[in-house]
Design a protein around this ligand. Structure first.
Ligand code: XMP
Length: 518
């Protein structure tokens, strides 16, 4: 396996992404955790130093343990990683000036031209004579370390690519992992080939490794897992169950704010299909009771969050001897919490609903998905045999239908909302649009409007359809349904759902709107 030492770059996760596309298994570890003992235990076949926001010219700036250079394995340094390598091995780095003549800082697109092309590291690179790369550095290498040669230069980076071919140390000033270095994957491909990777890593291999790790971590102790029915916690639960069987118990909190048939689907799937011990905490009365009369969105969210923790804890306490709490934490969640550069805070995920619980209950965490991206979790889910319908599901918020029911939440309104939502999703599936849309749902509005059906007057609720495209939920655009689709869907909802006599389509993007209505 390959070790990526993370020095805090915003794009470290993209390095892992590129490597997995090459079917190479890698793990990212923050530099603070990578000690001599860690390296000896990890036994990487190759190491990559990520970029990072610090300056190697600053005393006390992040370093890898020096034993990394005597492991006898290829090392690739990127940006800050390049500068670290140069300085550690006897070269020199200087701070760059950003403005004025002679400045050496470089941000954005640049072109690298060849100084040497014979090394296999450069196979397929420089095919067009020069390569577009993406630079983002203030400091620059002013003298390369002994044993290094120059392979490529750019106007502001005479040492854009350098290497010590004997030791297989490679150092690049730019970021080959980003989109704006269009041919960057070639360098990773060459690097992993030099390191002897065969490109044979698969989800099957990951599954086997993950199972072995879970067994080693948990031993004969018990694990509890909060199951939401979402992809992440479902995949985590099935994987852990495969590893430790009956030592796992899942707790599924039904707050009465789920979609039509959802609770039954989750219970059937996990209890009957997978034989996973499952506590179905039917707490609808508790949640809906406490929410009675509540109209403020923040109060709704806080009430649900508080009750969720109480209920989860109550049930978890009945499992004697549980020492671990399983969570479906994904890699982007991990990076979020160790990121130096404090990127935008990302979507609140359902497992954050039990935040703080592990400490409170004295539980240790099992997080078997913490190295994976969302699409890789889906691939693992398929590998584990989870039905496609489950794997491809749109995200569903922890507070459920409560935030799709502006104003007061009543059982009657929830019932109408569930029915309308089911018709809408059915329409989307029938038209083959489900996978194109990132998230779609109905919100029931707190107004009633006048209509006419047959010969009679109606006075029923209005609803809004929502459908968005998005990559990560941070920004979103409304989905451009055809008028035919919208018309047909409105007719079906009004005909099939008693209690709704008007349908609107929400065409707000995010920003300025949010995806949910509350
Ligand atoms: P907004 O409405 O903020 O939603 O644009 C962005 C994404 O996050 C989901 N969401 C939540 N998910 N707990 C969750 O697990 C929450 O409290 C929550 N609030 C919003 C929302 O469904 C969308 O996918």
């Amino acid at each position: 396996r390959l070790l990526i030492i993370d020095f805090g770059s915003q794009v470290t996760q993209l390095i892992a992404r590129r490597l997995r596309e090459l079917n190479v298994y890698c793990e990212i570890h923050p530099y603070q955790n990578v000690t001599d003992a860690f390296l000896a235990d990890f036994k990487p076949r190759a190491v990559i130093f990520s970029g990072g926001p610090d300056s190697v010219t600053r005393e006390g700036s992040p370093r890898p343990p020096q034993s990394v250079y005597t492991l006898g394995v290829p090392v690739l340094g990127i940006c800050y990683g390049q500068q670290v390598m140069m300085q550690d091995l006897g070269g020199q780095v200087e701070g760059g000036k950003i403005s004025g003549g002679g400045g050496t800082a470089e941000f954005g697109r640049a072109y690298v031209t060849p100084a040497d092309q014979t090394d296999p590291f450069l196979n397929g690179w420089f095919a067009e004579g020069r390569e577009q790369v993406w630079m983002s550095h203030g400091d620059h290498v002013s003298r390369i370390a002994p044993g290094f040669e120059v392979y490529g230069t750019s106007p502001n980076a005479p040492f854009a690519i350098t290497a010590d071919p004997k030791r297989h140390f490679y150092a690049v000033q730019f970021h080959p992992e980003v989109h704006h270095t269009p041919n960057g994957k070639t360098l990773y491909e060459n690097f992993v080939k030099l390191a002897g990777f065969e490109g044979d890593w698969t989800m099957g291999a990951y599954r086997a490794e993950a199972i072995a790790k879970i067994r080693a971590q948990v031993g004969d102790k018990k694990v509890i897992c909060g199951l939401s029915g979402g992809v992440d916690s479902s995949v985590a639960a099935v994987l852990i169950h495969e590893a430790i069987g009956e030592q796992l118990t899942c707790v599924f909190v039904d707050h009465g704010l789920l979609r039509q048939d959802e609770a039954q689907e989750v219970v059937t799937m996990f209890r009957d299909n997978y034989n996973i011990p499952l506590i179905h905490a039917d707490e609808q009365d508790l949640f809906l009771g406490e929410l009675e009369g509540v109209t403020d969105p923040e109060v709704k969210r806080k009430t649900i969050g508080r009750l969720f923790i109480d209920v989860f804890q109550k049930h978890a306490n009945t499992i004697e001897g549980a020492e671990f709490l399983a969570q479906g934490t994904l890699y982007p969640d991990v990076i979020e919490s160790v990121s130096f550069s404090g990127g935008p805070s990302v979507t609140i995920k359902s497992h954050h609903n039990v935040g703080g619980l592990p400490e409170k209950m004295g539980l240790k965490l099992v997080e078997p998905l913490r190295e994976l991206f969302k699409d890789e979790v889906r691939a693992l889910g398929r590998e584990l045999g989870l039905p496609e319908k489950f794997i491809g599901r749109h995200p569903f918020p922890g507070p459920g239908l409560a935030i799709r029911c502006p104003g007061e939440i009543t059982r009657a309104k929830l019932e109408i909302l569930r029915k309308a939502d089911a018709v809408y999703i059915d329409q989307i599936r029938k038209h083959g649009l489900y996978d194109e849309i990132w998230q779609a749902f109905v919100a029931i509005l707190p107004v009633r409007t006048v209509g006419v059906m047959g010969d009679g007057r109606t006075y029923d609720y209005a609803c809004a359809l929502r459908a968005v495209t998005s990559v990560d939920g941070m920004t979103a655009d409304y989905y451009p349904f055809t008028h035919e689709f919208l018309g047909e869907t409105a007719t079906r909802i009004i005909n099939e759902v008693e209690g709704i006599n008007r349908v609107t389509y929400d065409i707000t993007s995010k920003p300025p709107g949010t995806i949910e209505w509350e």
